[in-house]
Write a protein that binds this ligand. Structure first.
Ligand SMILES: Cc1ncc(C[n+]2csc(CCOP(=O)(O)OP(=O)(O)O)c2C)c(N)n1
Ligand SMILES: [Mg+2]
Length: 361
């Protein structure tokens, strides 16, 4: 008796805009206007400018540990631009570009990265869960939220983000398994930036792609050029449109151009040649080339936009730096009932002396 094939699978890869700004017309996302392309580009510039400001503030001691986004703008803006307001956005900790497109007040962004939990108190209208640092834990939340949306018959999807490293966590597989069984409207964006701190993608898994991890859970998947904002946008928009029929995994292949966080030095573990190779694939350069070639952008618009964005960012930083924290917030929400040690520390913190000494340090 011949050995039967019971299952056969493959993973497709989508790219629309190449490194030189040339477009595959046949794949261009239907209905996307020139104005929308310019808006996406401006968001990418803004994300990069906010990132540069955050890094500079951290180096001046005006921000706490920060996780840069540079290089990942197309993955952030493309996915965010495809989302609808009613969709629920479930980030990990690096998706600042998505937050910007979703309308996060920028002062809250700086407040959060200054280390104040008040920056994590998000307006409910954003439909976003808080930034989450324990790797992978947002996946079960995302699957649960997607299940709830289906149960409540809402016309909305849950969009959850995870890094290449995060896909090795049990939480990732468990969440996909659940979402697959329940055909929950979950769109899982794997932001494959090639590194998990100092662990390269090649040491993370023997699988050829990260997208294919969806297949065992019975979930559709695609790999996209994560530095091509059009491909990222199209894949995400299609996945959201189809989410009423079940989940989708999108692997965005991109690159972390900078350090993992400001407490890390990538020069210790990765070759310059690798970074230089990815510089040629810069997500902002290629869309700028396309827009310029098509008469939608020029140097004076670039300068005007950058000037306006710099002012906008400075105002947000000023507001965040004027914020006066209530020391009590550090002690709240740690335990259901405050412990004796925390009670003592709180009482110290509430004394005027404590703050005087800290300021003099
Ligand atoms: C459960 C858990 N283990 C370890 C860490 C420490 N840690 C923080 S980020 C990170 C790497 C994450 O890599 P990846 O998922 O690729 O996301 P990226 O940082 O590249 O965006 C690790 C190991 C953590 N925060 N949580
Ligand atoms: Mg990573």
């Amino acid at each position: 008796m011949p050995i039967e094939e019971v299952y056969n699978c493959s993973v497709k890869r989508l790219q629309i805009l190449d490194e030189n700004g040339n477009l595959d017309e046949a794949l261009f996302p239907e209905g996307l206007s020139g104005d929308s392309l310019v808006e996406m580009y401006k968001y990418m510039l803004l994300a990069r400018a906010v990132d540069a400001k955050a890094l500079s503030l951290q180096r001046q001691g005006r921000l706490a540990t920060y996780a840069p986004l540079i290089g990942e703008e197309a993955t952030h803006i493309g996915t965010a631009y495809a989302m609808r307001k009613q969709d629920i956005f479930i980030p990990a900790f690096r998706q600042h570009g998505v937050q910007i497109v979703r309308g996060l007040p920028l002062d809250l962004f700086f407040l959060y990265w200054r280390g104040f939990e008040d920056g994590a108190k998000l307006p409910a209208s954003l439909n976003q869960t808080p930034v989450i640092v324990p790797v992978g834990t947002q996946l079960p939340h995302g699957a649960g939220i997607a299940f709830a949306l289906k149960y409540l018959k809402k016309d909305a999807a849950a969009i959850v983000y995870i890094g290449d490293g995060g896909t090795s966590e049990g939480d990732f597989y468990e969440a996909l398994n659940f979402a697959g069984v329940w055909k929950a409207p979950l769109v899982c964006i794997i932001e494959n930036n090639q590194w998990a701190i100092s662990v390269p993608r090649s040491a993370q898994t023997a699988a050829e792609t990260l997208a294919q991890k969806a297949i065992a859970a019975g979930i559709n998947c695609i790999q996209v050029d994560g530095n091509d904002v059009l491909a990222v946008y199209k894949a995400t928009r299609d996945a959201i449109q189809n989410s009423k029929d079940g989940p989708m995994v999108i692997e965005c292949v991109t690159y972390r151009m900078s350090m993992h966080t400001t407490s890390d030095d990538p020069e210790k573990y990765r070759p310059d040649a690798e970074v230089e190779k990815w510089e040629k694939k810069d997500p902002i350069d290629r869309i700028r080339k396309y827009l310029t070639k098509n008469g939608l952008w020029n140097d004076s618009l670039e300068q005007k936009t950058k000037d306006e964005q710099a002012k906008f960012i400075d105002q947000a930083v000023e507001k965040a730096e004027q914020f006066k924290p209530d020391p009590k917030t550090m002690f709240e929400n740690v335990y259901g009932t405050i412990t004796q040690t925390l009670e003592e520390e709180l009482s110290d913190a509430m004394s005027a002396n404590f703050w005087q000494e800290s300021e003099d340090d």
